[in-house]
Design a protein. Structure first.
Length: 93
């Protein structure tokens, strides 16, 4: 048997939604870098919090590892910096 679960990823601290995530520069905090988080290797299925945008499965007695696929769109005119964001992970079971 097992327990059904759904894992969602929030928009982060700097993005407006799960489809407009942004990382903030650590030196220049006004600098923002767009990025996206996906559920699939082809980076076509956005990973969000709504039904159909989460990763679902059945947990067994052993730990379950989930892979997040990220992408930073090309062509952003942002100065070099170290960029960070914090994304809330929600597990529903």
């Amino acid at each position: 048997m097992g327990t059904n679960y759904a894992v969602g990823l929030g928009p982060g601290l700097h993005g407006g939604s799960v489809t407009t995530r942004q990382m903030q520069g650590t030196t220049n905090t006004a600098a923002l870098l767009n990025y996206a988080l996906y559920r699939d290797t082809g980076r076509t299925q956005n990973w969000g919090t709504a039904t159909g945008a989460t990763v679902t499965g059945t947990a067994l007695a052993t730990p379950t590892a989930l892979t997040v696929y990220g992408q930073i769109p090309a062509g952003q005119n942002v100065a070099a910096d170290a960029f960070t964001d914090t994304v809330q992970v929600t597990v529903t079971y």
